[in-house]
Design a protein around this ligand. Structure first.
Ligand code: AMP
Ligand code: MG
Length: 488
């Protein structure tokens, strides 16, 4: 196996070069006793990194930011953001670093980024700049599960335990997550650039975003309005996909809303058990701002903040700029509805060409049924695949109102649902909260077995396998009030 020295890993510094006002050169804190907990070998291969080398001290040095190539320029990125509606002009990477950009096997530019690598100049107050093993493994597991579900997301390359204790409610083992993303540009990056009052910086940021993610915008009559339109569409598609699998992000602040359209920052996120739009998991979201059913509205609010930041680039005349941006933002609903409706039709196996009204009524009536009974949507939809093949008993086990279900099943069967399409569309395995908690608790105590098994299950979510029944089921005894904590 080839053992490449760190100097042969080429990390570009395009962000830092093009946007120096938004990049502070910084180094990771030493890791006293680094221990590789998880390594994503498939992702390493995609990135042209040798997994064997990454397991060596030098590779682990790269994964913790303590040994970087000579020509690399790690930076902490500046950004602003609305957190739960309140504006913070200076957030930034308080405990993270952009090591640099890699070009993957397909020629795509990908950020290599660390989380939990120590305090930076953006760390506020007593924030320690660190992360604990549990939350970093949580991000690894859920982001890789999202990837396997076909939902745009940042990826997880590795989690390395640092050997440094981290003080939270208790003292926990510390870790660094090596994260890979199309980029780390956020709505908050644009808010930051706009707030400096430097329109040239704002323009360079927008040009950088166009070049990296929305190339078609470059050729438009108004490239910056086209950039906004492209971000609106990417976020509409993303949130529609979250809604289809019951994903609750939990902390959809503008600094956690990407320009690429990837899901980012898996803090207090969770998947729905019983279907209820008002579901909130995060302990700090007492107002329900980021409840499951509120996500499409909230992302539009975040996109309106992006529009405000872009106004000076859209038109010299502010009134005209606002009018244009408002019109573009109006397109969110169309994209969202199209993606969500197509997704729901596939989930119910509805045949192509089925009358719109019939399809819509089937979808709406099913959701009403599911919501009334707080049914676990994941297992219910999967059981409908079995019903499409003639056996409705599994579906009848999860729903309480059997008369309503039977009436619905009869209408649905009459349109000839496609069971194979349903099996390709409805996952058997999602990161169920009780399984994630169980695996993280074991890992924090030193046993990585459950996390590794969970990952194996979640990375093939549509492929039902014998012996994995407990991964397909809701928490035994029903879903208690599950709470996730932001103190990650
Ligand atoms: P997040 O909620 O993870 O999206 O982070 C929001 C902001 O808080 C970002 O600016 C982070 O860098 C910062 N932050 C979160 N945790 C820490 C920590 N332990 N030390 C320093 N900064 C942090
Ligand atoms: Mg964040």
């Amino acid at each position: 196996m080839s053992v490449a020295p760190a100097t042969t890993v080429h990390l570009d510094d395009r962000f830092a070069r093009e946007l120096p006002e938004m990049a502070v050169a910084w180094r990771a804190e030493e890791a006293p006793h680094p221990q590789l907990l998880l390594l994503n070998e498939a992702l390493a291969a995609e990135l042209g990194l040798d997994a064997g080398w990454l397991r060596n001290p030098e590779g682990i040095g790269l994964l913790t930011g303590t040994v970087v190539p000579d020509d690399a320029h790690p930076v902490a990125q500046a950004y602003a953001g609305h957190q739960f509606g309140g504006y913070s002009p200076r957030l930034g990477d308080g405990r993270a670093l952009l090591l640099g950009e890699l070009t993957d096997a397909e020629g795509r530019v990908r950020d290599l980024h660390l989380k939990g690598s120590g305090r930076t100049p953006f760390a506020r107050g007593s924030a320690d700049g660190l992360a604990a093993v549990g939350p970093m493994l949580r991000e690894y597991v859920i982001s890789e599960a999202m990837q396997a579900l076909g939902i745009p997301t940042t990826r997880s390359l590795a989690v390395v335990a640092t050997g440094r204790p981290v003080r939270r409610e208790t003292v926990l083992p510390g870790a660094v997550l090596a994260r890979v993303a199309a980029s780390h540009l956020r709505v908050g990056s644009f808010q930051y650039a706009r707030a400096t009052g430097d329109v040239d910086l704002l323009r360079r940021l927008a040009d950088h975003a166009i070049a990296r993610h929305h190339e078609a915008a470059a050729g438009a009559d108004n490239p910056y309005l086209a950039l906004f339109e492209s971000v609106v569409a990417a976020q509409a598609r993303l949130v529609a996909q979250w809604m289809l699998v019951g994903f609750v992000h939990g902390v959809m602040n503008t600094d956690n809303t990407t320009i690429s359209g990837e899901t980012i920052d898996y803090g207090p996120c969770a998947f729905l058990d019983g279907f209820d739009p008002a579901t909130v998991y995060s302990s700090i979201d007492s107002g329900g701002r980021y409840a499951y059913g509120n996500q499409p509205v909230v992302v539009q609010w975040n996109l309106a903040r992006l529009a405000e930041a872009l106004l000076p680039l859209i038109d010299d005349d502010q009134e005209r700029a606002i009018a244009a941006a408002v019109e573009v933002l109006g397109g969110f609903a169309t994209t969202y509805d199209t993606v969500w409706s197509a997704g729901m039709r596939a989930k119910l196996g509805l045949p192509e060409g089925l009358d719109d009204e019939v399809a819509t009524a089937l979808v709406q009536d099913l959701l009403a049924l599911v919501q009334a009974g707080r049914v676990d949507l994941t297992s219910f939809l999967r059981s409908l695949g079995t019903a499409a093949r003639g056996d409705a008993e599994p579906a009848r086990l999860v729903v309480t109102d059997l008369a309503a279900l039977d009436a619905w099943l009869e209408r649905w069967r009459a349109v000839g649902p496609d069971a194979d399409l349903m099996d390709r569309t409805n996952p058997v395995y999602t990161p169920r909260n009780h399984l994630v908690e169980e695996a993280l608790t074991a890992a924090t105590a030193g046993d990585l077995g459950p996390v590794q098994r969970l990952l194996e299950v979640l990375t093939r979510p549509f492929d039902e396998r014998p012996g994995l029944q407990r991964y397909a089921e809701p928490a035994p005894g029903g879903s208690g009030p599950y709470v996730t904590f932001c103190g990650t």
